[in-house]
Ligand binder design. Sequence first.
Ligand SMILES: [Fe+2]
Ligand SMILES: [Fe+2]
Length: 193
Amino acid sequence: MSQADARDALIRRLRLAYSGELAAAVAYAGHWRTLRDPDQRANVQRIRAEELAHRARVGEMLAELGARPHRLRDALMALVGLAIAISCFVGGWTVPMVGAGRIERVNIREYEDAARRAVAAGLPEYAEEFLHMAEVEWDHERYFHDLVRARPGWLARRADWPDPLPREEIRASFHRDLPHALTPPRAPALAPA
Ligand SMILES: [Fe+2]
Ligand SMILES: [Fe+2]
């Protein structure tokens, strides 16, 4: 794949992420309102704010790359988020928690993928930020997963899903795949006086 193709692939990935973060933020706006536990409400509000921060940064990156979000997809994903938000009011406690955890698990992989695509596109300066976003998604997954695991009853037990790889693997696997991607260029040797 040429660097130009890799850049196009990165832009496509960023457009998806940009709209996906909106769907998540709208869904969480409904989700936190259905929760009774003050800690859970505060945590889902915090997670929602982190999704909006991701969206803002991804939007800036698109602009830096001379691209724009896909407005129709953005509107559709807002509707998807709204449908999820409404379903939280009828889905009880467990179903929205499981849905959130499973979606967060996918998001980890998506930002890991964006980090690799950034390197392929000759934009390694973005890779570090994507790895950090993947770590934040990992933390979100862990939050929902821990809540579901601690929930008594057959529904939470039946709906459990596999853990993602350990958090450290996000960076470790990146460095294994692309050992020199984030190595700063060596300073030029001083010319002899
Ligand atoms: Fe996010
Ligand atoms: Fe997230």
